[in-house]
Design a protein around this ligand. Structure first.
Ligand code: PLP
Length: 364
């Protein structure tokens, strides 16, 4: 029988936790308290402890985590936010939805993350924030980014939707800037069974404001200090995340073992991901690059191996967004044209990874 390895298998990923998840959901049902209850509070405390950060605020999804953060910073109208040209659309959308202007910065061609050496030339009197993305789970060069931020008096916000468990100089991503924004979309390293998100911050005042913003601008029932949103982390999702959080490090270790096998076994004719110094990659995604992407993808599909493309079209070329940008971003474009994500699920076994490496190396 043909060996089939899907790119991802969320049912299998979550089956390990099924009994505990069922118990957690039942306990929410039994509690009779379904919005902002003890499960959300416990998750916020435990995730803050995990990250080693003072505050964690649960919200409805990763996009909202960024929108609320940018809104809470009280930036002046027409503020410009520096953001990598190579990211998932949510990062750009958050800036636009918050009412600000995204200014794209090309990535480093080997880490795929924002190139800090290109920041200087994009600074204007309107620049207020650098919104970095630890793409695929690969930590950005935070030392260089923090230096640039200090030099130009900018906030740093981290999009950590793909980097749960990743570290830079032994410190968790999401704890370097004013705030770190997380998504718990089901495919993420820490994924719920629905939407979810959180903001991590060491700034107590910002945390109070974010707690209000996610809940109609209210810190006290029926009193509204801000024009807020309805963006609360759901109690059932929080209960599920409480089950999975203690396993996060072992899930990320498994992904690292998969990545190490790919890195050592796949032929050097492919461009393999590079990690910046002093970093621990979370390998949410393991992507290689090749000029023969569509042929390789088809070949792997025929051999029963699922792959994905993260992402086929850069933000500045998306129909809904192209009017926002006038420049070309050739590094981002070449990454988008050549990138291919290989299975790196916590549900796959190392022997499957060896098999995938053999199949890839036989492709000509
Ligand atoms: C880099 C990045 N930022 C933000 C998001 C948005 O997260 P969500 O889908 O929870 O809104 C995602 C994910 O889906 C993402 O990959």
């Amino acid at each position: 029988m043909r060996h089939v390895i899907p790119y991802e298998d969320l049912k299998k990923v979550n089956s390990k936790f099924e009994e505990e998840i069922n118990g957690a959901i039942q306990s929410v049902i039994d509690s009779g308290w379904y919005i902002l209850g003890s499960q959300v509070e416990r998750f916020e405390n435990d995730f803050a402890k995990y990250l080693n950060v003072k505050n964690c605020i649960g919200v409805a999804n990763g996009l909202d985590a960024m929108i609320l953060t940018l809104k809470a910073l009280d930036l002046p109208p027409h503020s410009e936010i520096l953001v990598p040209s190579n990211t998932y659309i949510a990062t750009i959308l958050a800036i636009v939805q918050a009412g600000f202007k995204p200014i794209l910065i090309e990535p480093d061609v080997s880490t795929y993350n924002i190139d800090p050496t290109l920041i200087d030339q994009k600074i204007s009197s309107y620049t207020k924030v650098i919104l970095v993305v630890h793409l695929y789970g690969n930590p950005c060069d935070m030392e260089a980014i923090l230096n640039e931020a200090k030099k130009h008096q900018l906030y740093v916000v981290e999009d950590c939707a793909q980097s749960h468990g990743a570290k830079y100089q032994e410190q968790h991503m999401g704890t370097f800037g004013i705030a770190g924004c997380f998504s718990f979309y089901p495919t993420k390293n820490l994924g719920g069974l629905g939407d979810g998100g959180a903001i991590a911050t060491n700034d107590d005042i910002l945390a109070i404001k974010l707690r209000a913003l996610r809940n109609y601008g209210s810190n006290k029932k029926y009193y509204n200090n801000f024009i807020g949103y309805n963006s609360r982390l759901d109690e059932i999702q929080a209960a599920i995340l409480n089950v999975k959080l203690p396993y996060l490090d072992s899930l990320v270790s498994h992904k690292n073992r998969i990545a190490q096998l790919y890195l050592s076994k796949i032929s050097d004719t492919y461009i393999k991901p590079q990690t910046s110094e002093n970093s621990y990659h979370a390998y949410h995604i393991f992507a290689i690059r090749t000029n023969h992407r569509s042929e390789l993808q088809k070949y792997l599909q025929n051999q029963g191996i699922g792959t994905e493309i993260h992402y086929p079209l850069p933000p500045h070329k998306q129909i809904g967004y192209q009017h926002l940008f006038s420049e070309n971003y050739p590094i981002s474009e070449v990454i988008h044209e050549t990138i291919l994500s290989l299975p790196c699920s916590t549900a796959i076994e190392l022997k499957d990874v060896m098999y995938i490496c053999d199949v890839i190396n036989e492709f000509e």
